[in-house]
Design a protein around this ligand. Sequence first.
Ligand SMILES: [Zn+2]
Length: 309
Amino acid sequence: MHCSKLTHDDEFWLNDGTIVLVCQTIGFRVYRELLAHQSPVFANMLESSTPSSEESYQGLPVVQLSDSPTDLRHFLGALLPKRHILCAECSYLSRMLIDKLFIAATIRLAHKYDVSSLLLQALEPLKEYYAVTFDEWCNPHARYALSVDTRSCAIAAVNLARLTDTPSVLPLALYDCCLLGSAILDGWQNEDGVTEHLNTADLRLCLDARERLAQKNVLAFFSVYAVAVEVECRNRSGCEKTLRGMVQAGQAGVGKCEILVDLLLPHPPMCDACERALAGRARLERRRLWERLPEILGVEVDRWDAIVS
Ligand SMILES: [Zn+2]
């Protein structure tokens, strides 16, 4: 390799390191034994790398990798931490905002280099964010503090779920993708300037699911509002007028894909019995939609009902 063009990585150039990993033109000097012990893929790769005139730098063996330097930096940050330790069990992390690029890169490379314990830890925030319980979904503050700042991050989440065979992430991540509308074609551009897209099969799945989501939305709305007043109703004409008015007003929003929203909409007051019944129907319908989400989106998730609290 052309070692004269090698730039030392700012963070992972450890002066007593025993091997140089090269991504593009960036060199990472790290500990060969530490890598080999944690990753069978690295162990195999490093076994065959011995210092030679063609593949060495300052007398150290050099291994060329096809990963982006940014991804490798994130991965090494988790594997040989200089700054922080990734530990999904640590409760303090639940109050920290975990960087999505760090998580995504760590998942990708932990999978690629077969570092199974790190992969499990890195998947945890993703699984918690996209496979919350119904109660947590209703309370966004309870969701894992992953730095998901735009809905299109779900594109990366779907791809990571497919890569690592983590189906529990798919219902909510695909649901978010469906809500992107035509912006789904733009993909997700991360801060590194890399744009990620869904594969054709998942794109098709989302486009097909949009129609089903809209249909379920209509049915749920009418189940909540197109009903008779309660037997114990104490203001029959007023409550009937309110429900009728909500049905008429709701028809304008018919056809939207967003089905997990609160179905209890602002409305003129009704009697106590009708208010209680309305709130109950709204919660029940939302809960039913939640439970049927995998089916609506066309994915299979084992124990989805068990995930629901
Ligand atoms: Zn009433």
